[in-house]
Design a protein around this ligand. Structure first.
Ligand code: ATP
Length: 390
C-alpha cells in the first residue's frame, strides 16, 4: 500500500493537474497503459432511476487507505435539489464527486442512488445518468460541432470517446479510461483515431452493441437516449443535427461559434482555434444539455472569468441544474446562496451544514469565508496591501 505513494509523488504535479482537469486526449493516450481498477460486479445490473435521490451513507475513503481523505461523510440530496460543497483546498470536495462517479469505491460506507448501492450497478448505466461540467474541459482536435455533439451523439454512436468520463486512476499515476466498460478503452488502446460519429463507420444491424468495440458501452439503461436509429454514415450528418445548435444556443455559445471562420466546422484544440476558459466551459454545458442527465456534477471554475462571462455561465448552469439532482463544488460563495443545502468540507469531514442563511446565522466557518470573500471582492486585483507582511 505504501508503495502507492512513491510513484504518485514521482508523477507529482502533472498527475495532480491531469486528474483535476481531466485531460487532453493526446496526453492521455501517452499515459494510457494501466488496467482498469474499478470493475463491474459479475451480477451488476443497470441503475434504475426513479427519483434521482443521492445518498452518502457514512462514506470514508483514502487514496492511501492508511490516510483517510474522507471520514464518515453522510448526506442526502433529494430529487431535484442542489447541494453545494465549499471549504478549503484539499478538504475533499472533488473526492466526493469522484466517488459518486465511481472513479473509486469507498473504503467504508455506501453511496446510493435511488436506493441502489452504486457498487452493484453497471458503470455504464451509472455514468450515463450523471453529467459533469468540469472546471477545465478537454477538447478534441476536432471541429467545434463535434466537440459539442459527442456528449450525446457519442452515446448512440459509441466509437466516440468522452473525456469527461475519463478517470485518472490511482496506480502509479497513470491514466485509465474507466468510462463505459472496456469497449471504448479498447478502441483507444488500439491506437485508432477516435472519429466523430458516422465518419465512415456504420452500425451494422442498427445495433451499436453488435460491434466488439462498443461492448459494454450501450449496455444497460437506454431510457434517456432517443434511440432514433439515425445512422450517421455521412461526414456532415452530425453537424447538421439541429440538436447541437439548440444545445449551443442554450449554453449561450451559438453566437460565438457563428463568428468562427467555419462556424460549427471550425477546428479547435492544439492544431486549431483556441477557446477561452469561459468558452470551453460553455462547450461542456452544451454537451451536458445534449446528454440530459438526471444527476449533475458541477465544478465551478476557479480561474478568473470576466464578470459578464461569469454571470452568463452562472445563468446557464442554473438553467441546466433546474429539476436535476445537483452536486456542485463552489469557489465563489455568491453562486450558491440559493443552494438547498451547503456542506462545508474540511479535512475530509462535514464541518458545517445548512442553508446560506442558517450558516450565516451560525457565525462559523462559512460565515467567516463569506466575509473574507466580500473583503477580497472589494480589494482590487494586484493591490496586496492587506496581505503584506513586515
Ligand atoms: P480543491 O478545492 O483544491 O480542489 P478539494 O477539496 O477538492 O480541493 P480533493 O481534491 O478532494 O480536495 O483532495 C482531498 C485530499 O486528497 C487532498 O489532501 C489531496 O491532496 C488528496 N488527493 C487527491 N487526489 C489524490 C490522489 N489521486 N492520490 C492521493 N491523494 C490525493
Amino acid at each position: 500500500i505504501l508503495q502507492l505513494y512513491g510513484p504518485l509523488n514521482l508523477f507529482g504535479t502533472s498527475y495532480r493537474s491531469l486528474q483535476k482537469n481531466f485531460i487532453d486526449m493526446e496526453k492521455m493516450l501517452d499515459l494510457f497503459n494501466e488496467p482498469v481498477e474499478i470493475q463491474d460486479e459479475p451480477e451488476a445490473k443497470p441503475l434504475v432511476m426513479t427519483r434521482g435521490e443521492v445518498v452518502f451513507d457514512n462514506v470514508s475513503f483514502g487514496y492511501n487507505p492508511l490516510y483517510p481523505n474522507l471520514k464518515s461523510v453522510s448526506f442526502t440530496i433529494p430529487h431535484g435539489q442542489k447541494l453545494a460543497l465549499v471549504g478549503p483546498s484539499g478538504g475533499g470536495k472533488s473526492t466526493i464527486l469522484r466517488l459518486l462517479f465511481r472513479f473509486y469505491d469507498p473504503t467504508q460506507g455506501r453511496i446510493l442512488i435511488d436506493g441502489q448501492d452504486i457498487r452493484t450497478v453497471t458503470q455504464s448505466s451509472l455514468r450515463r445518468r450523471i453529467g459533469i461540467v468540469p472546471q477545465d474541459t478537454a477538447l478534441f482536435n476536432e471541429t467545434i460541432g463535434y466537440n459539442i455533439g459527442y456528449g450525446k451523439i457519442g452515446q448512440d454512436h459509441t466509437q466516440v470517446f468522452d473525456p469527461s468520463r475519463v478517470a485518472l486512476v490511482k496506480r502509479r499515476g497513470t491514466i485509465v479510461d474507466i468510462s463505459e466498460g472496456g469497449g471504448v478503452r479498447r478502441t483507444l488502446l488500439s491506437g485508432k483515431p477516435v472519429r466523430p460519429p458516422g465518419k465512415g463507420r456504420k452500425h451494422k444491424n442498427g445495433s451499436p452493441s453488435s460491434s466488439p468495440e462498443t461492448a459494454g458501452v450501450t449496455e444497460g439503461d437506454e431510457a434517456d437516449i432517443e434511440g432514433d436509429g439515425t445512422e450517421y454514415d455521412d461526414d456532415d450528418d452530425w453537424e447538421d443535427d439541429g440538436r447541437i445548435q439548440a444545445a449551443a444556443e442554450a449554453a449561450r455559445i451559438h453566437e460565438i461559434i457563428s463568428r468562427f471562420p467555419d462556424a460549427y466546422a471550425t477546428r479547435v484544440g492544439e492544431r486549431g482555434m483556441r477557446l477561452s476558459g469561459g468558452e470551453k466551459q460553455r462547450v461542456a454545458i452544451a454537451r451536458t444539455i445534449l446528454k440530459n442527465p438526471p444527476i449533475l456534477l458541477l465544478d465551478e471554475a476557479t480561474s478568473a472569468l470576466d464578470t459578464q462571462t461569469e454571470r452568463e455561465i452562472q445563468n446557464s448552469l442554473e438553467t441546466i441544474s433546474k429539476d436535476r439532482t445537483t452536486l456542485m463544488i463552489a469557489h465563489r460563495l455568491s453562486t450558491i446562496v440559493d443552494a438547498d443545502k451547503i456542506l462545508v468540507i474540511q479535512q475530509g469531514q462535514i464541518a458545517e451544514q445548512g442553508s446560506h442563511e442558517e450558516l450565516m446565522r451560525a457565525g462559523g466557518i462559512y460565515a467567516y469565508m463569506w466575509m473574507q470573500q466580500l473583503r477580497e471582492d472589494r480589494t482590487p486585483l494586484g493591490s496586496s496591501h492587506s496581505s503584506q507582511k513586515d
